[in-house]
Design a protein around this ligand. Sequence first.
Ligand code: M6R
Length: 607
Amino acid sequence: MCGIFGYAGEGVTSAVLVEGIRRLEYRGYDSWGLALACDDGIALLRRVGRIGSAEDTALDGCSCRAGVAHTRWATHGAPTEENAHPHRDCTGRIAVVHNGIIENHAALRARLQGLGHVFASETDTEVIPHLIEEMWKTEPDFGEAFLAAVRLLVGTFGIAVVQADAPDRLWAARLGSPMVLGLGKGRTLLASDPAPLVAHTREVIYLDDGEIAVLTSDGFETRTLEGGTVTKPVQRIAFDLPAIERGGFPHFMLKEIHEQPESLRNAFRGRIVRAEGTAKLGGVEPHLLRSAKRCHIVSCGTSLNAGLIGKYLLEQLARLPTQVSNGAEFRYAQPVVEPDTLVIAISQSGETADTLGAVREAKMQGASAVGICNVVGSTIARECGQGVYIHAGPEIGVASTKAFTSQLVVLALLAVHLGRMRGLSLRAGLQYLDAIECLPAQAARILERESELAEMAGLLARASHVLYCGRLYEWPAALEGALKLKEISYIHAEGVQAAELKHGPIALVEPDVPVVVLAAQAAVRAKTLGNIHEIRARGGRVIALIREGDGEAAALAERSFAVPSTLDPLLPVLEAIPLQLLAYHAAVALGRDVDHPRNLAKSVTVE
Ligand code: M6R
């Protein structure tokens, strides 16, 4: 949700900054801009729409020692050039980029206007440069003026600032929106996440909430908002440049779909303890798992769908009563959380504001939180303090794909681990582990048949509405299939419980509304085939995901795709892949911008 990139060092140009925010474009892409601190003032460039090419070099004659850039996902004010960041003070000598929401912006704006400040945009962000300008009138040290201004802000922010009177440095602050510093040779960088830093350095520092920093080409200094000093550990980015490039695929989403055999393997690598029929999850305190009496999963979007599958896994394998909540609902619904409730926060990015809010609420109520995250060092991972990384590698496509299937593998490992502590037999434990180890090869077999799915996707691309349905484990998988289709193709899609169809949604069935039925689960096969009959009897057109070798189910559906056989609870891992490919090819057939679907952003850091 907005990407920030900053650079302190010799030879900063607009091209360097554009290259930086281009790698953050998945965080927001409705408008963008940059500011270079030059000796004679701030050179500013702002544009509406995706980061372009020809115009990006408009400031190329200008080579400076500090600059900031921003790619935006609008919160306050439409995507226009005036609302694009950076924003400036009245003198035009201070330029600010911001990620997050300033909740008290209206009061601050009124106060500043009363003091004579003139605003040029509708954004909440613009109060920041004016506030710094105001503080600087009485505080001669710019760093102190910056600190004083930041202290007055309420809300969430990652902020980066350049100013023309000290054109060799950047100032940064963090509260609730991520900020990473990169330590290069003769340059120090900052960014909303590590992706744009890898081209310059692998050594990074993660700012924590309530910290500010000043960066020069030689390094950085950090302080707390209270003025205390902090020493930050240097960490190393685990991935390299190819991991964040498309590598010959037309879209990141397709690349990430095809990475699943590898990402699934990475999710369980080194975690299977065959001798004990269990999983080793080093990042979680064993006593916490042993003493848990119930679980509460908090997450959003695709991670919420993974959580719904996690509930079935934890209840079935470990007999632990489990509730699942959207992070925002959890935070505001006054949930019952006991000290023996294990709160599990699932988040690919580890930065989702709603999920983070839920973690904080749970901890405040005395529960322990365990994170299941992809991004190492992310806020949710750090605030939980313990958890399991899914190790899916960077996921750049806005539509989450490989992270989902890796989340499911980690949830299955957690369920086996908790189950073995609570009576799941060695034999059953081993069966699950064997089945988990087969998933990468089975995923690869599905991917070899992509062309079948590309052809079937034509049926979806011609529709205005599509229903997805399934029972038990296949219901959240259906929700995820529908979410994939709607977010990248803009076709209206609904996921429903197959048993619920007859209680209402079946009224939508007609020949123009394809129904994708997930019908591979052994435990409820007969019931799901019954649902296919009901849909067909009403003129509905069924695309079914079936188990390999199920000729009866294949014959019932208009089109079918067989997934390799596995244990029912693991089916969603395999079924996710054809559903992702159906959505992808439908979106491509409609000419959609698959990696940058409208109105969305990869990392949702506002509530
Ligand atoms: O990073 P998170 O897993 O916390 O993100 C949660 C959702 O914002 C995310 O899954 C979103 O729904 C994706 N666009 C789904 O493809």
